[in-house]
Design a protein around this ligand. Structure first.
Ligand code: ARG
Length: 568
């Protein structure tokens, strides 16, 4: 039982059924200042029930708790309408530490998701283009959310819905037939294809006939033309290879690669169903579903030349995911510029009669900006992610060379540190914020960064390795002087399961990231003040703290997809 649950229980018993245990738990809060206690109970709700002065109620309740629960609380005070409680620190510490020793990296694991499946659409880059910063955000935020949901017991299906279908491939094929050189593309596929794509858009601005050619090629592709298909397959294969390099570096993998093209053959069935339901209407030659009643622009289903659209394929994919996985939630980790698209998608599914449409959840995130502006692939203004990652790794290597040249497996450690820095830089901000791309910020290794967390973890590991006694929990002895720096750590350790739950529930890995920083900071304060390795009656306790902190740091970093080397 956590201290919060135990506190709720104690208060609930004193109130003799006036409030439910759940309500008491909800009302409990952290006091404004640390010196005011560990947890506080406001008496306003009781006051309105009893038509009494909240201050009086607080005084009575505090008195009762002092008398009945002295083993649980060191001190109970009433301050105005609040009851402030101070936990019995040693008792709480012993209980948290023993739970962590017993559970190891399963500490914080929960079961609310047992037997339930969540599909998650994440990463989903577009082929024949460089892997963008937006797709990096989707990949790292999505993976962290997926790990958190798994930690809460859900089965998560990670789906990489590659963008490999659509008019743009018609344009690319057209551009290749005019200006493409096979040799060049073979040597440097993504960069060359990007050049062709950029040139197409530049020239099409002058001459709209190019766009028509592009549309024609896409039509051919949709109709299975052999030449168009073979080019498309080649571009796709090259892209898959490049993307795989990045996924290997980031250490992420997927359960399904069902792409836009995979779902293309399912679109006729969707269109038939829309027709049967009388939902398709003609508008300027195209076929659309009107969403006037939702106050939204119509959803485009079929163009005048008969080709399908992004929404058409997403409809097919949504239905396929439901039929395959029977999800309790279907998440889409996609930039907030696509919010309207997902609103429309859901609205059309509702109109088609799918009651599960409300289980589709768009988990949006802000943009990565450059000089305050969106990066545009069409204009060729992109940062190559592979380059960013390689730079980060080189920097980490240089750092190690300087600080710890004798370290074993330097390359592996540098990779973990460099990649960790890039991932954490992205995750530590709430996902809805836009972030300005900055090499300096991304490659900083001190302050609120992954390398700082990794250093803290490695420091813990080295303490544990230095022949210190094994952590244990029976009869821990606490030095009074240690408590001041130890108590914040104990409180944070105790919070870990709640942090997991909240981060998963809000699809918000930034919350876990912030928590890990706090934990590392309080551990580093403890470490500077207390001599962990000095032989004394308290050594066992101190080493147990080190063990608990390293366990939670490592598990927390793992959930964020960041590896923690034991030596740095
Ligand atoms: N490939 C798309 C893009 O880069 C993202 C796909 C998101 N997922 C989806 N089911 N629409 O914009």
């Amino acid at each position: 039982m956590t201290s919060k649950t135990a506190t709720a229980q104690a208060i609930y018993e004193q109130l003799e059924g006036q409030l439910s245990k759940e309500r008491v738990t909800e009302l409990l809060e952290a006091p404004k200042y640390e010196h005011m206690g560990d947890i506080a109970f406001p008496c306003f709700a009781l006051a309105s029930l009893q038509h009494q002065n909240p201050k009086l109620i607080a005084e009575v309740l505090a008195e009762q708790l002092r008398e009945q629960c002295s083993s649980q609380f060191e001190r109970v005070e009433s301050v105005g309408p609040y009851v402030n409680m101070f936990y019995q620190k040693e008792e709480v510490a012993t209980s948290v530490l023993s739970t962590i020793i017993e559970k190891g990296n399963a500490y914080g694991t929960q079961y609310e998701g047992d037997g339930k499946t969540i599909t998650m659409d994440l990463s989903s880059p577009n082929i024949a283009k460089p892997f963008s910063m937006g797709h990096l955000r989707s990949t790292v935020i999505g993976s962290a959310i997926a790990n958190l949901l798994e930690k809460c017991g859900y089965k998560v299906v990670r789906i990489n819905y590659l963008g490999d279908w659509g008019t743009q491939f018609g344009k690319l094929i057209a551009a290749y037939t005019w200006w493409g050189e096979e040799e060049k593309v073979r040597l440097n596929p993504i960069q060359e294809l990007l050049k062709l794509y950029v040139r197409f858009h530049r020239e099409a601005e002058q001459d709209d006939a190019l766009n028509n050619k592009g549309r024609e090629w896409f039509q051919k592709l949709e109709n299975g033309d052999a030449y168009a298909t073979s080019l498309w397959e080649w571009f796709r294969e090259e892209s898959r290879k490049e993307f795989q390099n990045i996924y290997d570096l980031l250490g992420v993998s997927f359960d399904s690669y069902k792409s836009e093209a995979y779902h293309h053959p399912q679109t006729p069935a969707i269109i038939t169903k829309l027709q049967e339901k009388g939902l398709l209407v003609r508008s300027e030659g195209a076929e659309v579903v009107s969403l006037d009643d939702y106050g939204m622009p119509p959803a485009l289903i079929k163009k005048s030349d008969g080709t399908t659209l992004y929404t058409t394929r997403d409809l097919a994919a949504a239905v396929d995911r439901m039929e395959t996985y029977h999800f309790t939630e279907s998440l889409y980790v996609v930039g907030n510029e696509q919010s309207l698209h997902f609103e429309q998608l859901k609205a059309v599914l509702v109109k088609m009669g799918y009651e599960w449409a409300d289980k589709l959840i768009h988990v949006p995130f802000g943009m990565m900006l450059r000089d305050g502006k969106k990066m545009s692939t069409r204009k060729g203004k992109v940062v190559f992610l592979q380059e960013v990652l390689e730079k980060a790794i080189q920097l980490a290597e240089a750092n190690i060379e300087e600080k710890n040249p004798l370290l074993e497996n330097k390359e592996i450690v540098a990779r973990k540190v460099g990649v960790g820095a890039v991932i954490f830089h992205d995750i530590k901000h709430h996902r809805s914020n836009d972030i300005e791309f900055s090499y300096d910020d991304m490659l900083r290794f001190d302050g609120e960064t992954a390398p700082y967390l990794q250093y803290t973890y490695a420091r813990g590991c080295s303490l544990l390795a230095k022949g210190a006694p094994m952590p244990q929990t029976t009869s821990l002895l606490f030095a009074q002087d240690d408590m001041e720096t130890m108590w914040p750590i104990i409180k944070l350790l105790q919070e870990f399961p709640d942090i997991i739950k909240a981060s998963a529930g809000e699809y918000n890995p930034a919350r876990l990231a912030k928590y890990l920083l706090q934990l590392a900071q309080s551990f580093n304060r403890f470490y500077t003040k207390v001599r962990v390795l000095e032989e004394s009656t308290f050594q066992q306790t101190r080493i147990t703290i080190v063990f608990a902190v390293t366990t939670v740091l490592k598990e927390g970093l793992r959930l964020l997809n960041i590896e923690a080397p034991t030596k740095m």
